[in-house]
Write a protein that binds this ligand. Structure first.
Ligand code: COA
Length: 233
């Protein structure tokens, strides 16, 4: 497709993506007029073409203007697929060598950033249908596999397999989406299991102590309780 026709098709596609993913969106016109993430994306689609035509400085100035208008910074050379949506937008940063597949969904405050200072592929690659929650930071030339979900506030510094749900700092996998039937299968949490086992063991020891010698047990509990309260307060 030639560039204006191609761009118009992309605009329609991007407006539809926003309407599909945001239950608050009522019409394409509302999305076009009031969604900064969509504005940033439409301007990026233009600056990306200008950059590819060799007008690098013009493309950078345009992306800078888009950032001032929308709070979303997308480097003109970032490669973004179809059906992409940035919800709310403010504070999103998408670096130069980022590659984003089709059907991805980002929310405000997401960083797709680099860790290297060399001119090489140093930003993340998102495969198709990746969702990244508010404020999550994905840094380095890592790959986020197809259909993966990254929880709000996570920091991801290594690649994530397809279908995984990642939360926390640093991000760790808590579940996988079974793509044959779309059900989410939770993984065991070893840290929590260990704390749980320790609690049960303490309860057993307390019971044994009480059975053997109630006085020793009450002295031990008297000694421990203020400290435990201090920890849980
Ligand atoms: C990661 C996410 C996709 C998981 O959703 P889900 O599959 O429905 O998972 P649940 O909400 O059932 O949570 C599963 C577990 O992960 C924990 N969890 C969920 N999101 C988390 C997060 N962002 N950080 C840390 N832990 C998180 C929950 O507390 C729960 O733990 P528990 O089983 O010990 O109680 C979702 O929580 C998320 O962060 N979505 C992003 C939403 C967002 O950014 N909205 C902004 C819109 S503008």
């Amino acid at each position: 497709m030639t560039w204006p026709a191609g761009w118009i098709a992309e605009v329609r596609d991007d407006l539809d993506a926003a309407q599909r993913r945001d239950p608050a969106a009522r019409s394409r016109l509302e999305v076009l007029l009031t969604y900064p993430g969509v504005h940033a994306l439409l301007l990026h689609r233009i600056s990306h073409r200008i950059d590819a035509a060799g007008w690098h400085l013009t493309a950078r100035v345009m992306s800078h203007a888009a950032r001032m208008l929308t709070g979303v910074e997308i480097h003109p050379r970032a490669q973004i697929g179809h059906d992409f949506f940035i919800d709310h937008g403010m504070g999103v940063v998408i670096g130069e060598t980022t590659i984003i597949g089709n059907g991805c969904h980002l929310t405000q405050g997401v960083t797709l950033g680099g860790t290297s200072t060399r001119r090489e592929k140093r930003h993340p690659t998102l495969e198709d249908n990746v969702m990244i929650g508010a404020g999550a930071k994905i840094i380095g030339a890592v790959t986020i596999g197809e259909g993966a979900r990254i929880g709000a506030g996570s920091v991801v510094v290594s690649s994530v397999p397809a279908g995984a749900t990642v939360v926390g700092v640093p991000g760790h996998i808590i579940a996988y989406t079974n793509r044959t039937n779309e059900t989410v299968e939770r993984l065991p949490d070893p840290e929590w299991d260990r704390i749980d086992a320790l609690e049960r063991r303490i309860a057993t020891l307390e019971a044994q102590l009480t059975a053997q010698s109630p006085d020793v047990r009450s002295a031990a509990v008297r000694d421990m309780e203020p400290r435990v309260e201090g920890l849980t307060r």
